[in-house]
Structure formats: structure tokens, C-alpha cells
Design a protein around this ligand. Structure first.
Ligand code: GLP
Length: 253
């Protein structure tokens, strides 16, 4: 494992393998919960954080972690999927984290994909975040196009919780979870970049060659709304965990 200071406010960890990836990410959560047992966590979905969640569940089962005072806010949810749909982010979280640890059910928050009109779901989630926030540690994955949450290229950095249309590349990337691309929802309710930047600390996770360009643009490129994750350069406490493939286009001394 190699630690690199990319720029002020951004610490980068490059790991050798999947086990190190899961450990580095879970260590960050564990450290926070030791200091602040009632921390508020911002949580991502996707393939990237799966092993971190598995590691957190195993630490909980081993008696090393306690989530009884934790509150969580997920980043996003597809519009139009019921909570129980197998590809909803509600189902993802239940399977990968919530069923395995002791976060009280009333302390787990995700935007609803079922509420109609969808704008009401966004407004309710924004109100809840304002009431309970700020988030202590916002954990993020990244899209190949640099999206965070479902904030696609072109999203203003001061955006709040909103309904967004998925970029064609995102629909294609996420179609692997559905039997056909036509089944991927076209819209999502997502926490805005403005909400993300209000978190006290941010942890960005990325794995694989397909994320290398997005990671280089995020950490060393121009700060531009065309690369939503480049907004993180404006934050003062960002911890980035990547594997060697995702780090391969970074210019490191
Ligand atoms: C989805 C989610 C993002 C996630 C991204 C990357 O579109 N909305 O929050 O970071 O995909 O997913 P993966 O980790 O599967 O590459």
C-alpha cells in the first residue's frame, strides 16, 4: 500500500489487491466510528464498495464495530423502482450492509424512487439532510464519466438533491445489473454536488482500468462541471482509495 499526497486536502492510497482495498476503506470508517460512535455516514452503491461493506459486516460480527448509534444517508436511488425491486439501491444496501450490521432501521435513509411526483422525493430528502446533517463521512464511487452519485457531467457544483436523467454511458454501464438495457431506469433522485461538498470528510473509491481516466481528471485535471468529481478538489478533507489500475493515469513523482 502506497500513500501519496496529491494536493492540499487530498490524500491518496494506492492498494495492491482487493483485500487491501476493502481494508483501507473499512479502516477509514472504523477510525471514524471509534472517535464518533454516532457518526452520520453517506453511502454509495455499485460494485466498487461491495468488499468494503463485506469487511464492515465481518468486523461487526467479530465484535470490533458497533453501528447502534450510526445514521446513514445513501447517495441516490433510481426513479420508478420499488424499494423491493432487486436492482433498487434499497435492496443493494439491505443485502450488502443493513442485513449484516446493527444500524437501527429508522436511522437508515435513502431517497425514495417510488414517490410520485419524483420531485417530492427529492424535496423530502433534502429536508431530512438539512435537519440531521452534516454528513461526517461521505463515501463515493465514481462513474467512468466522472459522475458522483448520479450527478452527471454538466451538473452545477452547488446542486442540491434533485431528479436527474442518466447519461447514455451510465445507462449502458449499469445495464449489467438488468436483463436488458431497456429496463435501466432513465432517471434517478440524487444527492447534489453541493450536498456532497458539505460533508466533513469525503472518501472516494475506485477500482479498475475503466476508472483511470476519471480518476486522473478528478484529481489532477481542471476543475470543471464536465467532470463532476473534480468538485472534490474544492474540499479540504478527501481520502481516495484506488487500486493500481485506477491510479495508472495519475502523474505521481
Ligand atoms: C452508479 C452509482 C454511483 C456509482 C457508480 C459506479 O451509477 N450511482 O454512485 O459510484 O455507479 O459504480 P461501480 O462501482 O459499479 O463502478
Amino acid at each position: 500500500m502506497q500513500k501519496v499526497k496529491v494536493r492540499s486536502g487530498i490524500e491518496l492510497v494506492i492498494v495492491e489487491n482487493e483485500a487491501e482495498f476493502a481494508k483501507a476503506a473499512a479502516d477509514k470508517v472504523s477510525e471514524l466510528l471509534k472517535q464518533k460512535p454516532n457518526a452520520i455516514l453517506g453511502l454509495p452503491t455499485g460494485s466498487t464498495p461491495e468488499t468494503m461493506y463485506a469487511e464492515l459486516v465481518s468486523r461487526y460480527k467479530a465484535g470490533l464495530l458497533d453501528f447502534s448509534q450510526v445514521t446513514t444517508f445513501n447517495l441516490d436511488e433510481y426513479v420508478g423502482l420499488s424499494d423491493t425491486h432487486p436492482q433498487s439501491y434499497h435492496s443493494f444496501m439491505k443485502k450488502h450492509l443493513f442485513d449484516g450490521v446493527n444500524i437501527p432501521s429508522e436511522a437508515r435513509h435513502l431517497p425514495s424512487g417510488e414517490t410520485k411526483p419524483a420531485e417530492e422525493s427529492a424535496a423530502a430528502y433534502e429536508a431530512l439532510l438539512t435537519k440531521l446533517g452534516p454528513i461526517d463521512l461521505m463515501i463515493l464511487g465514481i462513474g467512468t464519466n466522472g459522475h458522483i452519485g448520479f450527478n452527471e457531467p454538466g451538473t452545477p457544483f452547488d446542486s442540491r438533491v434533485h431528479i436527474t436523467s442518466l447519461a447514455p454511458s451510465t445507462i449502458q454501464a449499469n445495464s449489467r445489473f438488468f436483463s436488458d438495457e431497456s429496463e435501466v431506469p432513465r432517471e434517478a433522485v440524487t444527492t447534489g454536488i453541493g450536498n456532497i461538498l458539505e460533508a466533513r470528510q469525503i472518501m472516494l473509491l475506485a477500482k479498475g482500468e475503466s476508472k483511470a481516466e476519471a480518476i486522473a481528471a478528478t484529481l489532477q485535471g481542471e476543475v470543471t462541471i464536465e467532470v463532476p468529481a473534480s468538485a472534490l478538489q474544492q474540499h479540504n478533507s478527501v481520502y481516495v482509495v484506488v487500486d493500481k489500475a485506477a491510479a495508472s493515469l495519475l502523474k505521481l513523482e
